[in-house]
Design a protein around this ligand. Sequence first.
Ligand code: ZN
Length: 250
Amino acid sequence: MDFSGITRRRLLVSGGSGVLGLTVVGCSSPSPSASLPPTSSPASPASSSSPGAGGEALGGWNRVDLDFVSVYILVRGAEAAVVDLGVANSAPDIEAGLKAAGMSWSSVKHILLTHKHADHAGSLPTVAPLVTGSIHTGAADVAALANAQVKPLDDGAEIFGLRVIGTPGHTAGHISIFDPSTGVLVAGDALRTVSGLQGADPKYTDDTARANRSVRALAELPVRTILPGHGAPITEDAAGKLRKLADSLT
Ligand SMILES: [Zn+2]
């Protein structure tokens, strides 16, 4: 029997109905074997299925705080873009975030994955069948995701009014997303704020020197808000802090 198929169909049905959605959320993370990636917090998918788990306004962006890592949703009119998909089994939490922002999976026109790591793209296999919009990541990370729906994006590309900034180093295909209309920078793992503003964690970074060059490139942008993969957003003096960090890197 194909239980995953059943789950997907139920989730699709729930797309237009907030009430049914709550029922569905409870059934939608059934596969205990699916959560392989290391995560510092125990898997407790039910804890954040309340509609309030989603949105905190950040220049029009909504943060879905998955404790260990964040997903960000940008709503424009009746459409949404989602940056990153969290660890495996995050689909219900992301769905709650979409609902809190007045959206559903069918509103999602673009999914942008900053890079291939399992804490940012872990829910790709369960989310991909739920969306008809495009799914992109940086060209060098596409193959590792092994999903035919994922297409490459290059540095400088424009999508949904957002600019793709190639920020290689953490992974070769790492991209950051810059919103020129608001100065919001969604940085993936190019930047982290778990303990002040820092660059990519060297422990998990393919090429730290390259990652540092990417931080210096980000510091050239007119950044007003930093939305990192790990840690809280920076909304105060983001450009100054980023410049200071860039200057400190060799
Ligand atoms: Zn990473």
